[in-house]
Every structure is written in structure tokens, then in C-alpha cells.
Design a protein around this ligand. Structure first.
Ligand code: HAM
Length: 431
């Protein structure tokens, strides 16, 4: 028996209806903020992520699905390829490749699709997962650096979560400053870690040397009191980054979007500058980040493009669905039901039932077609599970054009002329 690979999942009805619902709402909200959809390839050159996300990050150093793609012809070269672990690097690559920055306009792009990371699977953490994300990027003259862009993205996220009916989220906010601020802070941290690092976990001991900022991501309880004594990044920010962040928070205050400052929120990807954020949700357990994002003012240049500051986020769609599923389960199951189940009384009526189903479907109804070899009791049982009504089609009904319809929620049985059937089945509206 061949099973789905560990960390991957099949999404079946009725849960798939919740996925579709989430994607539909996200598309509507993105539309109202004037974003357009971008679809980039699922695999890219490994170097894109090594340079964009950063060699020292967990994603690049441990979690990528990478392979040598052998040349198939003399004109080709063997190339190292990687299943995308995230989509920001791919979007910025595509924007550079298609000269999108030359228009001088702000580029507002969203994406919905699978990402791949070789992580230890657990609730809310998978090896193939789906992200719904958006990026706002452009040359400085397009206003891409403005703190208004940060505030608008965060306000849009608050709106999107509200539209999805997700309550009880927390927006955690920080600024990691410019690339120079980060480098300065890394050194401050490196020095501060020297006297204490021997008491910390093995990962932190390694990070203290390779990338001290990552020490702030440590979740080991024994290390927390030590981390609490380390210098905070806010004290390493230059004047311009401080002012930028102050305008972001003031704009959020003005828009009434609540947030909590978290000076340890440095995020697991190296491209971030200035604003970083995560929306967390208590109901998710250990993997509580619904979404994460931030500003990446230098990424385009790192990837060989022109200067094009940007900000964006990605939501874990699997985690959004987990949060919604309990509440939406019943509603989604009800929505999955067809308006009517057509029960032909005998196999000789199968073709007539197909014609009736076709007639009703053409009028926009959602129809389940039964089977004439079923006994009536079996048809009723099947109909009750899959539809709101059963329509019985026997010889008499076919001749007279008067059909017998039972509504399962009221239990009432009615005779309905064929010409009025579609209208009858569509009312009362589905729950
Ligand atoms: P990230 O924090 O690595 O950021 O991922 C964003 C979100 O994807 C997480 O908050 C989480 O909800 C979801 N996620 C990540 N890994 C998994 C997993 N293994 N299983 C399930 N869900 C997962 C990024 O990917 C950045 N590209 C976000 C961004 C866009 N920053 C700027 N623009």
C-alpha cells in the first residue's frame, strides 16, 4: 500500500471547500487593494534561495529539497535546482527578469501556492504547505520605501483576517533596521554572547559564531533567561530607521490596528530590513504563526536587480484552514449538499432521470443523479446524505409531468409540476 509521503497531505471534501473559501476571500481582499496575481515556477535555481534567503538560515542550510538536474543535451548544463521553500525570492526574481521596475510604478503582486521545506512534521507544520502571500515593490521613486506601505499591508491583513472570521489574533511587530544596523547589532550580540554562550544550547553556541541574530529565535526554555539579558535591536537602529518605525506604529494607531512590540522578532530569513511582523493565533499550539513578513529593501540588489525596496508577507494557508475548520465544518458540510437527488424508479427510467438532471443542472441547480437499480429505501438513504431534496421519477411521474419531491429538513412531501421544479428546489435557500 503506497501512502502519501510524510509531511504531505491530501485535501478532501468537505475540507477542500474551506480552502476554496479562504482563497476566494483572499482574492477579493487583494483585488480591493489593487493587487494582481503572479504565478512563479515551483522550482528555481538553488542559488536564488542561497542568495535571497541566506546561506546561514535554517531554510537554506537544512530544509530545502535540492537536486542536481542533469543536462539532457549538449546545449544544457547540469544545474542545481530547488523546490521553492518560499515565494518572495521568486517574485523579486520575476520582477527583475521582466523589467517590472522600469515602469516606475509600485508593483503589487499576490500569490497562492505550494511551498516545500524539509521540516519535522507536526500539527500545522508540513513539508508541502501552501502560502497566500503578497509583495509591494518598486523603485524608491514609486514610494516603495514609505512607512505608509507597511501600515497599509498590516491594515490589509487585519481586514483579511476579519473577513475570514478569524478572531483572537495578535500582531507582533518589530524593526530590524537597515542592513548596516543589523550588522552592527550582530556584532553587539556576538560580544554580549561571549561570556554566557557556554551555558546555552548547542544550536545557540553554533549561532553565536555563524549568525548571532538567530539566537533570538531559540525556543529552549533554559536559554530564555539568558536571552532576556541580551541587548535589544531597537538600541542599534539609526535615526532614519527609528523614524520610519515610529511612523508605521503611529499609522497603525490611527487605523485602529492593535499590535504588540516584540524586540526578539528578527524572523528566519536574512533579507529583512526595518519592519518585521508576525500574526500569531493561540489556537494553533506550538506552530502559532498564522503569517509572517516584513520589509526587504535590499533584496532586489542582492539578486542582481536595481534598487527596489519592498514589503510583503505570506500566510500559512494550512494554518488558516486549521483555525477555521472547527467553526466552518458544519456549514461547509451543509454547503457540500446538492439541491436534489433524482431517484429513478427502475433501471428503465435511468435515461429519463439523466434528462431531468440535465434540465435542472442547466438551470443552475446542483444535482446528484441516483440509480434505478436501487430500492427506494436505499435511494432515500443516499439522498439524505448528499442532497436537500429527493425527486422521485417513476413511470407515472414521467407521464403526468408531476413529480414527487421530499424536503429532508422539513420532512414535507410535495407534488410539483416539472416546469416549476427548478424554482421549487432552489427555495427555500440552502442554509
Ligand atoms: P515564513 O515566516 O518563513 O515567511 O513563512 C510564512 C508563513 O508560512 C508562516 O508564518 C507559516 O504560517 C507558514 N509556514 C511556514 N513553514 C510552514 C510549514 N512547514 N508548514 C506549514 N506552514 C508553514 C516567508 O516565507 C516569507 N517569504 C514571507 C514574506 C513575504 N516576507 C516578505 N514577503
Amino acid at each position: 500500500m503506497i501512502k502519501a509521503v510524510r509531511g504531505t497531505r491530501d485535501i478532501l471534501p468537505p475540507a477542500s471547500a474551506v480552502w476554496n473559501h479562504v482563497e476566494r476571500i483572499a482574492r477579493e481582499v487583494f483585488r480591493s487593494y489593487n493587487f494582481g496575481e503572479i504565478r512563479t515556477p515551483i522550482f528555481e535555481a538553488t542559488e536564488l534561495f542561497a542568495r535571497g534567503v541566506g546561506e546561514e538560515t535554517d531554510i537554506v542550510s537544512k530544509e530545502m529539497y535540492t537536486w542536481e538536474d542533469r543536462a539532457r543535451a549538449q546545449s544544457e548544463k547540469t544545474q542545481s535546482l530547488t523546490l521553492r521553500p518560499e515565494n518572495t525570492a521568486g517574485v523579486v526574481r520575476a520582477a527583475i527578469e521582466h523589467n517590472l521596475f522600469e515602469s516606475g510604478q509600485l508593483q503589487k503582486l499576490y500569490y497562492i501556492g505550494p511551498q516545500f521545506r524539509r521540516e519535522r512534521p507536526q500539527k500545522g507544520r508540513y513539508r508541502q504547505f501552501s502560502q497566500i502571500g503578497a509583495e509591494v515593490i518598486g523603485p524608491p521613486s514609486s514610494g516603495s520605501e514609505s512607512p505608509l506601505r507597511d501600515a497599509e499591508i498590516l491594515e490589509m491583513l487585519a481586514t483579511l483576517l476579519d473577513e475570514l472570521g478569524i478572531t483572537g489574533w495578535t500582531l507582533e511587530l518589530n524593526s530590524v533596521g537597515s542592513a548596516a544596523d543589523r550588522a552592527k547589532y550582530n556584532e553587539t550580540l556576538r560580544a554580549a554572547l561571549v561570556p554566557v554562550v557556554s551555558q546555552m544550547c548547542a544550536d545557540c553556541q553554533r549561532r553565536a559564531v555563524t549568525n548571532p541574530l538567530r539566537v533570538l529565535d531559540c525556543k529552549i526554555p533554559a536559554d530564555q533567561p539568558i536571552i532576556d539579558t541580551l541587548p535589544v535591536i531597537a538600541d542599534s537602529l539609526d535615526e532614519a530607521s527609528r523614524t520610519h518605525f515610529a511612523v508605521v506604529t503611529a499609522s497603525l494607531d490611527a487605523a485602529g490596528v492593535p499590535y504588540t512590540l516584540n524586540h526578539r522578532l528578527v524572523r528566519g530569513l536574512d533579507y529583512y530590513t526595518r519592519t518585521t511582523f508576525e500574526f500569531t493565533h493561540g489556537g494553533l499550539g506550538a506552530q502559532n504563526a498564522l503569517l509572517g513578513g516584513g520589509r526587504y529593501d535590499g533584496l532586489s540588489e542582492v539578486l542582481g536587480g536595481p534598487r527596489a525596496p519592498g514589503i510583503g508577507f505570506a500566510m500559512g494557508e494550512d494554518r488558516l484552514v486549521l483555525t477555521l475548520l472547527a467553526a466552518l465544518d458544519q456549514k461547509a458540510a451543509a454547503q457540500q449538499k446538492a439541491e436534489a437527488f433524482i431517484a429513478p424508479l427502475g433501471e428503465s427510467l435511468n435515461a429519463a432521470a439523466l434528462v431531468l438532471a440535465r434540465e435542472l443542472r442547466h438551470q443552475g441547480l446542483w444535482i446528484e443523479l441516483g440509480e434505478g437499480s436501487f430500492r427506494l429505501k436505499k435511494s432515500f438513504e443516499a439522498a439524505d446524505k448528499t442532497a436537500h431534496h429527493i425527486v422521485i421519477l417513476g413511470e407515472d411521474e414521467l407521464k403526468s409531468g408531476i413529480l414527487t419531491v421530499k424536503n429532508f429538513s422539513t420532512g414535507i412531501q410535495t407534488k410539483v409540476p416539472r416546469a416549476e421544479l427548478a424554482v421549487f428546489l432552489a427555495e427555500p435557500p440552502r442554509e
